[in-house]
Design a protein around this ligand. Structure first.
Ligand SMILES: C[S@@+](CC[C@H](N)C(=O)[O-])C[C@H]1O[C@@H](n2cnc3c(N)ncnc32)[C@H](O)[C@@H]1O
Length: 250
């Protein structure tokens, strides 16, 4: 589905100005390079239209701050811009499988690494950190009547949590705003319910009248559009109910 996100070709024709957008990243300490090696180049291309604008950004899941620091350095230049980042700093299911795994991901010092990294950003004063489970923090933000231009969903990868994060933050996303889902293609666990994919698919189906989406490598970029709800009544009595033998086994 098409969106207003500029294509790589359009950016190349624009003189490749994206290449100078990102500040030096060597001042940060990251144990994991997920964001910088896999995602950053796509974000630099796909956020060109947001540069310099007054933006309210919500990040759900920040780990050691790789995406947080990038947002602070690249999307927070307007004096009125703000970033809210939610994390428990306890790691997700994929980080907590056993003590070796927890050590590999450095969970014991995760929050300290995050705080040290964001402190090295010029615009750290625009960052509010909500140290909480996302299901609690998002309800608090709804009660605060928060609204956002950009929402990044990358906390728990358990499908029902991803679905909750999407459904709860969606009403807070402005029309023409952007929501990005990470790890659409990730399959860290064999059961569908422990991976984001089915939640992202369900959300895209359920909110279809209000969105356009584009797959960008392992991520799904969503643009919220004015509601196009236009239901077609089903007037055929032969197919008025779903075939009870089709679809999910309950
Ligand atoms: C994949 S990491 C985020 C990576 C980060 N966005 C980046 O690009 O560097 C997922 C993070 O979500 C957090 N998390 C997991 N479940 C959560 C939940 N239910 N509520 C809040 N944070 C959660 C973990 O502590 C972890 O730091």
């Amino acid at each position: 589905m098409g969106t207003n996100i500029p294509s790589n070709r359009a950016l190349a024709q624009n003189g490749g100005t994206d290449s100078v957008m990102c500040a030096d990243r060597s001042r940060f300490t990251f144990r994991q390079q997920w964001f910088d090696e896999v995602i950053r180049a796509d974000w630099e291309r796909h956020t060109q239209h947001l540069r310099g604008q007054k933006l309210q950004v919500l990040e759900i899941g920040c780990f050691e701050g790789a995406s947080t620091t990038w947002i602070l350095d690249n999307l927070m230049h307007d004096p009125g811009s703000t970033l809210i980042s939610i994390d428990t700093f306890e790691g997700g299911m994929e980080h907590n499988q056993d003590s070796d795994n927890a050590a590999k991901y450095g969970l014991a010092s995760l929050e300290d690494r995050f705080r040290a990294n964001v402190a090295r950003c010029e615009h750290v004063g625009k960052l509010e950190v909500l140290k909480a489970r996302s299901d609690d923090a998002l309800v608090d933000l709804r009660n605060r009547h928060a609204v956002f231009d950009f929402v990044y969903i990358d906390a728990s990868h358990v499908a029902i949590d991803v679905l909750h994060d999407a459904v709860t933050s969606w009403p807070m996303l402005k029309v023409h705003g952007t929501m990005v889902f990470d790890d659409y293609t990730w399959k860290g666990f064999l059961e569908d319910c422990y991976n984001p994919r089915i939640a992202i698919q369900a959300f895209l189906h359920c909110a279809a009248p209000e969105l356009k989406s584009e797959r960008v490598e392992s991520q799904i970029w969503v643009t919220k559009v004015p509601n196009r709800t236009n239901p077609t009544p089903n007037s055929d009595p032969e197919v008025y109910y779903w075939d009870e033998n089709a679809g999910l086994k309950l």
